[in-house]
Design a protein. Sequence first.
Length: 148
Amino acid sequence: MANIKVLVGSTYGNAKQVADDCADQLNGLGHNTVVLEDPELDEVVAEETDVLLVCTATIGLGEIPNNLMPLYAKLKDNTPLMPEKRYGVISLGDSGYQNFANAGKQMDELMQELQVQRVGEPLVIDACETEDQEEAASEWVSGWAAQL
């Protein structure tokens, strides 16, 4: 089973709740999953980390939340290539905004630049269309975990 780090980008707690639920589900499937609310570069690049799961909301004009932005900047600046690692993205947003789910898109692009291998397609949860974000994420995680 995989050692998974869940990288959370959250301001109001929705993405954190989704991340916690996903981690519980992944742990129940036998994975070793840890949620990181303020992820650090050394935790991400650590050899024992097999898989990264980004779970982020989008703030402002399409920005990455403040708690995830320092990691994004460090990864962008240091560019540690990680082709041995895999990742997935859960992006929460509201399609009523112009830059809907942009933080997830930015994290996905960065992971690809760092040569991290994406597992499955990113999940985009639209608050305008999805009543139960945790349920939507749970369904996605089931399929995603089967591909690990």
